[in-house]
Design a protein around this ligand. Structure first.
Ligand SMILES: C[S@@+](CC[C@H](N)C(=O)[O-])C[C@H]1O[C@@H](n2cnc3c(N)ncnc32)[C@H](O)[C@@H]1O
Length: 210
């Protein structure tokens, strides 16, 4: 076979493989669409993951939960860099499989193929999510009911309706610098204390929106 034929067959093989991956991706999304709604499997850029975790600075031993963990990149970074217990829930079969494979060897990372709406979040210290506007109001209600005071919520791209962010970051990704909202769950007393302080600028260039 000439090199031209090899190149043509190589190209056809690669295009076929990419097509199969696209089809599997589409099927995996369609299978879980009734539950996930608009929150499709799209990953947060690694540089944004690093920046948002740096802003929160989890403490060793804390429990960090990612609601809809995709390929588990937030969990692995948090476990590696901050030595937290990291737990993710993911329904998309392709994302779940990828997350499990990539997390082999991470003793403190647990990934469950479960619907996070059915999970009690009261033991979480930090909750991360990158979900879409059509579920954010429902999520705000769940977090308000279940999280304990002092817990932190990090929401990529979309705000939690009815919550007031402590800070809003704009970490650079490959294509976007969409906002990341950071919230602290407070008791009424903690809210009063916060309201006594004027707005300012936090260290590391974080914008405080008190
Ligand atoms: C935009 S992706 C974010 C992935 C990951 N958190 C990240 O930032 O890279 C949202 C993920 O949430 C998952 N998801 C949406 N609703 C879910 C639910 N109720 N239970 C479990 N996973 C869910 C989707 O399958 C999707 O993979």
């Amino acid at each position: 076979m000439s090199w031209i034929a090899v190149a043509i067959w190589g190209f056809i093989g690669l295009a076929g493989l990419l097509f199969v991956i696209k089809v599997l991706y589409g099927i995996s999304i369609a299978l879980v669409l009734p539950v996930t709604q608009g929150a499709l499997y799209v990953s947060t850029a690694r540089s944004r993951v690093a920046a948002l975790l740096e802003a929160v600075t989890p403490e060793p031993g804390q429990l960090l939960v990612d609601l809809g963990c995709g390929d588990g990149r937030v969990l692995r970074h948090a476990s590696r860099r901050y030595r937290v217990h990291a737990k993710g829930y993911e329904l998309n079969p392709l994302a779940y499989l990828k997350a499990r494979l990539l997390s082999v060897g991470y003793a403190d990372v647990a990934i469950r193929r479960e619907n996070f709406w059915k999970v009690d979040l009261s033991s979480a210290n930090i909750v991360c999510c990158y979900l879409y506007p059509d579920v954010m109001a429902r999520l705000a209600g769940k977090l308000r009911t279940e999280l304990k005071p002092g817990a932190t919520v990090v929401s990529c791209n979309f705000p939690l309706p009815g919550f007031h962010p402590d800070s809003v970051l704009r970490p650079e990704g490959r294509r976007t610098n969409d906002p990341v909202y950071i919230y602290r769950i407070r008791t009424p007393d903690m809210k009063k204390a916060r309201d006594r302080h004027p707005a300012g600028t936090a260290p590391h260039g974080r914008q405080l929106v008190l």
